[in-house]
Design a protein. Structure first.
Length: 238
């Protein structure tokens, strides 16, 4: 039985990764996962947070937000205080990218990732992770060209996808209509080597079995491999 948008249960939304979307950031990517559109930029900065100073090691961190017009009702900007959801998501993005970076090879320098949701239709955090990796890749290439670092600190690639149980069916890459009615929601972040950085699972008023968890992780793994191919294809363009 097809989903409301015609997809099969294990089918991703159409994915588009557009590099060099803005002019000044060395890594700049617009990622589109269906109707979810996220601008991901990566910029180099000399120095590290004070608590890392003196170690000879670098840092990779992320900020995430939704623009006011990203949803049907205008969302207020996070100006004075970052709300809990936003903080949780940007921490997820940061630790996901750090999982594939050798921080010692950065020296005492930082790469700052910004993920701004232009249009939200579910899966904004997973799209941010997937797009931010491509922006990070380009920022690293820039740093190598400028001789800011001697060799690449990237150890692997990273991508993420959501899986959920909606009306008794396990579905991959939920859009908002599906996510808002899901009994179970799972976000999976995986490296190219097939290792997991994050498996965030929540029962929304319902529980789920170990067998369902195994099936959901399996569905996510297969979908993330498709996202790796989309990343590779985007990075193959000049």
């Amino acid at each position: 039985m097809a989903r409301h948008d015609g997809r099969k249960p294990a089918q991703l939304r159409p994915v588009s990764i557009i590099r060099r979307f803005t002019r000044f950031a060395p890594g700049s990517v617009l990622i589109k996962c269906g109707e979810t559109h996220v601008l991901c930029t990566a910029m180099w900065q000399e120095g590290v947070p004070p608590w890392r100073s003196g170690r000879g090691s670098g840092w990779v961190t992320a900020e995430y937000d939704m623009l006011p017009g990203a949803t049907p009702d205008r969302r207020r900007r996070n100006r004075q205080r970052v709300d809990g959801r936003t903080q949780e998501i940007q921490r997820l993005i940061g630790r996901s990218l750090r999982a594939v970076v050798d921080l010692d090879l950065l020296g005492e320098n930082s790469i700052l990732l910004d993920c701004d949701v232009l249009q939200a239709d579910g899966g904004t955090r997973t799209a941010s992770v997937t797009g931010a990796y491509v922006a990070l890749y380009d920022a690293v290439k820039h740093a190598l060209r400028e001789k800011l670092i001697a060799r690449t600190p990237l150890r692997d690639r990273i991508a993420a996808v959501s899986v959920g149980r909606v009306a008794g069916r396990l579905l991959v890459d939920l859009d908002y209509a599906e996510d808002s009615t899901a009994d179970v929601d799972l976000n999976v972040v995986m490296t190219g080597a097939g290792e997991f950085v994050e498996v965030q699972g929540t029962g929304e008023g319902h529980t789920f079995s170990g067998e369902e968890l195994t099936r959901m992780v399996g569905l996510a793994s297969r979908s993330i491999r498709q996202l790796f191919r989309a990343q590779k294809q985007a990075l193959a363009t000049k």
